[in-house]
Write a protein that binds this ligand. Structure first.
Ligand code: CA
Length: 234
């Protein structure tokens, strides 16, 4: 864990409270006392979440929120006083994820932070790719067919993950080479046959786990496809 939280808050005692609560719960915390400093810190440190006071000297919380949102998907929790217009804060206009009214309890603060981080994590990484009986877990770096684990080399895993991510669609050699070696390598002709040999090994391992030989289909002159075309149930 140890996610980094940036607290942008000009009232020192509130900033300290937030820092202490969050640190006690295992988060790393940075504090900025005004909007411009907060924005600069956010750009430099790429925090996992920003806790942003609405009323700040100089550049106010609304403006900081707008600018942060324009350049990143970092979750933003606004700190507000009760009287402020919370609808507008969490509305599309500003793009904040949630708000917390002051004074806040430690339990509420930590729960809101945790929830926002969890939602952001789910948005960022759907780590399990499921294509029929095939499951590829990109976070755990594991794959299984019909519950039977597949023992794959790193390159075989990358190819299978790319195919599973686009199950039912044909991936051209260029896309498969991108998946294997990154975007720069697609021009190198020597890599072309490596895709074929990895696919051959993948097929052998999938078949050993009970899959049909045609689970990875050759689309002549184009590339490969995992599963049949959409009409066949993929
Ligand atoms: Ca303030």
């Amino acid at each position: 864990m140890h996610e980094l939280i940036l607290v942008i808050e000009d009232e020192p005692q509130i900033a300290r409270l937030a820092r202490d609560y969050l640190a006690k719960n295992g988060y790393r915390v940075l504090i900025a006392a005004d909007g411009a400093a907060g924005l600069a810190l956010a750009r430099r440190e790429s925090p996992d979440l920003v806790l942003l006071d609405l009323l700040l000297p100089g550049m106010d919380g609304r403006e900081v929120c707008r600018r942060l949102r324009a350049e990143s998907a970092v979750p933003i929790l606004m700190l507000t006083a009760l009287a402020e217009d919370t609808d507008q804060i969490v509305g599309l206009e500003l793009g904040a994820d949630d708000y917390i009214t002051k004074p806040f309890s430690p339990a509420v603060l930590v729960a809101r932070v945790r929830a926002a981080l969890r939602r952001a994590g789910e948005r960022a990484a759907p780590s399990k790719l499921v294509a029929g009986p095939l499951v590829v877990d990109t976070a755990a770096h594991s794959a299984a067919y019909d519950g039977r684990p597949l023992r794959l080399t790193p390159n075989e895993f990358k190819l299978l993950a790319a195919l599973a991510r686009h199950a039912g669609q044909t991936l051209g050699r260029e896309q498969l080479l991108d998946a294997l070696h990154g975007a720069d390598a697609a021009d190198l002709p020597g890599f072309d046959r490596s895709v074929d040999s990895h696919v051959k090994n993948l097929r052998r391992k999938l078949e050993a786990a009970g899959a049909d030989a045609e689970l990875i289909t050759t689309v002549y002159g184009v590339g490969y496809r995992l599963g049949g075309p959409p009409a066949e149930g993929w």
